[in-house]
Structures are given as C-alpha cells and as structure tokens.
Design a binder for this molecule. Sequence first.
Ligand SMILES: *Cc1c(COP(=O)(O)O)cnc(C)c1O
Length: 392
Amino acid sequence: MKPKFGISTVAIHGEIKDKSFHSVVYPIYQTSTFAVEKSDDYQKFIDEVEDFYIYSRYGNPTIREVEKRLALIENCDDAILFSSGMSAITTTILSLVEPGDEIISLRSIYGVTYRFFRDYIPKFKVNVKFIDLNHLDDLKKLITNKTKLIYFETPVNPTTRIVDIKKIVDEVKEYENILTIIDNTFATPVNQNPADFGVDIILHSATKYLSGHSDLILGCVVSRKEIIDKIRKVKNTLGGVPDPHQAFLLGRSLKTLELRVKRQNENALKVAEFLSNHKFIKKVLYPGLPSHPDYEIAKRQMKGFGGMLSFEIDGGLEHAKKFCDSLKIALNATSLGSVETLVSIPVLTSHIKMDESELIKAEITPSLVRISVGIENIEDLLWDFEQALNSI
Ligand SMILES: *Cc1c(COP(=O)(O)O)cnc(C)c1O
C-alpha cells in the first residue's frame, strides 16, 4: 500500500499529469474557451465528466491541477481556487447560508471578512453573532437551531492569540447542521492541518504564504467533496475565477512551501527571542515563546509556530513609526507570508477602520508593530532590527 506522502512530496508531484507530451511541469492553458470535436460532446459538460473543459470560468486544466495539489496539502478531498482570498471567503459563505440562518464568528478575524459579516451578509437576512476571543467558553450559549456556520481564524491577527481548534470542533460536534470554517492563512498547512481536528472547511488567502513571493492575489477553499461541489456551482455563477497564469505561479510556489515556512518559523523564533531581550520592547507576542498567553494550546495544535509575530514598543505610535521608518532590509508594507520581511503598524493599516472600543476588544494598541518574518539570513535581520531600535 502507498504510504501517506509528506507535504512537499504531494506539493511537488500532485495528482494530475500532462498526458500530451509528458512535460515535467504542468502546462499553462492560457485560454478562455475550449473547442469540442463534435456538438454531442457538450453532453459531457452536463454530465459533469472530470477533465472535460468548455469555458475557463467553469474550469481550466491549469487551475484544476493546482486545486488538486491544494487538496492534498490540506488533507482534504478537493479544493477550489479563486481570484482572491476574499472571493474564496465570500463565495463560500454565500454558498452555505439561506435567509433566516445564523453565523457565529470570532470577532477578531481579517478586517475585510469582519466587514462582510457586519455590513453585507445581513442584507441576505442572515444574522451574524460575534464572539470575543476571551469569551469562547460561551460559544454553546449562542448556538440556536438556526445556526449554520462557525467561523474563526488562528493565530489571530495581529496579536497571534491562539484559538483551541479541537475545543471548537468538539463543542459543535453534536449539531449535525453546523459546519465549522477556519481561515488557515496565518498558520499555513505546514504548521497546522485543521482537517485533522475535524474542521469542515478550510480557507486561505493564497496571496500570502501559499504563493509566498508578494507577486499575486489568489484564494482557495478546501473541504469534503460534497461541500466543494456545492461551492463550485456558486463560483460558476459569481465568477471569481483566477487567471491560469496566476494559478501556474501559485502551483510553482507550492513546491517550496514547506522549505519557506520552516525557515520562516526558525527566523521568527529568533527574532522573537531577540526582541524579548531588548530594553525598548514592552511585550513580544509569538506563539512559540513560553511567555505567550496561549503557548500550551499552540504546542498542542501547531507543528511549527509560524512566521508572524507582533510586539509593543516603548513610546507609543511615534516610536513604532520611527522603528518602521528606520529599517534598511525589512520593508514597511501591509500583507504577509512572503520571502521578504514586512513590518506594519496595525492601527495604520489592517485595523484602520476600527474605533477605540473595537481596538480594545481586539487587544490592539497604537504601539503594536506586526512583523511577517521572511527567509533572509537571520544575522542580517537581527542587525536591521537592532539598528532601527537604536535609531529611536
Ligand atoms: C489577506 C487575507 C485575506 C484576504 O485575502 P486576499 O487575497 O487579499 O483577498 C483573508 N484572510 C486573511 C487572514 C488574510 O491575511
């Protein structure tokens, strides 16, 4: 029997091969449409025959090849690739709710997803209840017979707080109609496999670690076959499909995902330890530090602690800005997960539209700086952070 292959093996070899010329690298089918040999062939589309294509909004071989690898990487049956993380998230949610349904979502989620739940989804007469990270013990009290989805992320942006995945899955196990959804962007499938804990649906902004080179925008959903089939039909209508060339770039990046993320894990731990010992730093938040409030949960559910960390600097927003503006290697930019180190100040970027009470609930202060640690040589990164702190 075939052993269960590792993440790099499946990310490199996948499942679908080029049958035309046996090219080692799967070709880019840069085409919007596909000709049939005879008109009767359209019946194959109606019968949903695998590997039969008529139009790239419905399906494209290059995109399909990458989807299959994404499914293998996340230990699930199948996956769908979208033109952005937000397209994956919104199409997935819209596929699974009807008027009158309820969604329970963690409050501290990606800001644009939060606004989709707060401002947009209620237009479809779907009610969203938000739950705070520190009140997750009350989850059961919010569940009603209308609840359809439980939505969360871990590690939480930008504080890297950890949600106990197994606990959430166990709490909702008895409700047959409820599906759990996780945005696994921050953790990556290298560090965290939510399907192994029984999470039903896994989402990614593939713009981040999966592509890892800050050169494209894509998203994906990974799940069981029957759920993916349902979402795929809605995607065919809403139309958030990727360009085949971008899908190819993502497929290329997946081959080095494990190498990149392992290096990011190593670099991030060293950066976290360095900052923890620096006199200008008040607090460092990294799930791999024993001082992190959720260190024990992180150790249980993560294989690596990730490349994201944040810290609070003495002297408030002014010093946070001075630090970011003094860096010589790391770039002051939003986004994350790439080979280059990026820093950002959440109150100026990802959390700009939040008022004070929302920021307090999210545990975000003006002196908080977020770092997405890249794969540069660690001595150079530490030199850069040191000289930027010294210039304050
Ligand atoms: C960036 C991001 C998204 C949105 O993805 P896009 O590819 O920018 O549309 C969703 N969730 C998380 C956690 C993200 O970091």
